[in-house]
Structures are given as structure tokens and as C-alpha cells.
Design a protein around this ligand. Structure first.
Ligand code: ZN
Length: 206
């Protein structure tokens, strides 16, 4: 996935940090909870997140994004780890009120501009050393380490590959830590993972 291209699919993981599950009143799941975002939701750094008029509670979710480099079908964890091509900063923008009212998450997670992505950077040998930081208007709102995940990255990829083949260029969003919060018109939100940074302003949908 180069900066100008879109991932073939974006597979996301919900409730993968204990403190975040708790802040929304949920338990952590017994196995990974997955959902999809459409590739049409991708924007890059400098793009504008558009708040849809049908929602009054759009929130940021800073996440570690994993870019797949080689095809994975029913892979084990070590194959899964070797298949990683790179890492991106990712913002899983969510209309929290619609997520709650719809029950399933396609609309809440799927609006155009709801998947800001940073540039792809190499993955470290120790994936659990990755950290994610989210800032809104310069102040830190989320900060966590991959070591705090309920399900670690190789396990997530192996699990997803037991359901659907992961293709080169596909993207896996590995869940958001505690500290999610609302985005308002005029905010500037940044997500950083290693040296990948995505920075976006927020505006009303035109
Ligand atoms: Zn998320």
C-alpha cells in the first residue's frame, strides 16, 4: 500500500485494550471482535475529516495499523508475523451515537474520511514495543503500548486469516486504547505510531 493507493480491505479489531473496553462499559471479548471499514473511508495526512450531519458524536480512535505484505490463509502466528510489510498510524473515526443505535457498526465506522492513514514505516522486530499517541489540538488524549493489547498482533493476524484471506496491501487496525473522545469542527487531530504520523483537521460535511 503506497501513499497514493488504498488498501484492498481494512479489518478492524474492537475492544482490544482493557481500559478502553471499560471506559465504554464493555467487557473484553473472549476472542477478537472484528469488523470492516470500507477502503473509501481512507484519507491521508492533510485531508479533512468531515462530520456527517446525522451524527452528533463523532470520536477519534488512534490505532496501530498493520500492512500485510504476503498472502495469509489460515496462518499460524509466526507466519503472520513474517507477513507484515509495515506499520501505519491510523484513526478509526467513529460516529459513537450511530454505533450505539445501529447495533452493527458499518454506518458508524464507514463514512467517507473516517479512516485517516499515515505513511507506511517499517515494523520493528519487537511488535509489542510499538506505541500509539493521539493528540487533539496539541494535547495528548491517548497513549498506549502494544504490550497492553488483549490479543497481540501476530495472534490477531492469525485469527483473521482463519476467517478471511489477508492479501498484500490489506490493512489491520488493531484496536484503540483508553481516552477516546469527541471531535469538534475546527479541531486538529493527530495519531502517531513510531515515525508514522497522520494529521487532519475536522469540518462539517459539505
Ligand atoms: Zn477502533
Amino acid at each position: 500500500m503506497t501513499d497514493s493507493s488504498r488498501p484492498g480491505k481494512i479489518v478492524c479489531v474492537g475492544r482490544n485494550y482493557r481500559a478502553h473496553a471499560k471506559e465504554l462499559g464493555n467487557d473484553v471479548p473472549a476472542e477478537p471482535l472484528i469488523f470492516l471499514k470500507p477502503p473509501s473511508s481512507v484519507i491521508r495526512t492533510g485531508g479533512t475529516i468531515e462530520l456527517p450531519t446525522v451524527s452528533s458524536q463523532v470520536e477519534y480512535e488512534g490505532e496501530i495499523g498493520v500492512v500485510i505484505g504476503s498472502r495469509l490463509t489460515r496462518a499460524d502466528e509466526s507466519q503472520s508475523k513474517r507477513s507484515i510489510r509495515g506499520i501505519v498510524a491510523l484513526n478509526d473515526v467513529t460516529a459513537r451515537d450511530l454505533q450505539r443505535s445501529d447495533g452493527q457498526w458499518t454506518r458508524a465506522k464507514g463514512f467517507d474520511t473516517f479512516c485517516p492513514l499515515g505513511s507506511e514505516v517499517p515494523a520493528p522486530a519487537d511488535l509489542s514495543s510499538l506505541e500509539v499517541t493521539t493528540r487533539v489540538n496539541g494535547s495528548v488524549r491517548q497513549h498506549a503500548s502494544a504490550s497492553e493489547m488483549v490479543f497481540a498482533i501476530p495472534m490477531l493476524l492469525a485469527y483473521i486469516s482463519s476467517i478471511m484471506t489477508l492479501e498484500p496491501g490489506d490493512l489491520v487496525a488493531t484496536g484503540t486504547p483508553a481516552g477516546v473522545g469527541r471531535l469538534e469542527i475546527g479541531d486538529v487531530v493527530e495519531v502517531q505510531v513510531a515515525s508514522s504520523l497522520v494529521r487532519n483537521s475536522v469540518a462539517a460535511a459539505g
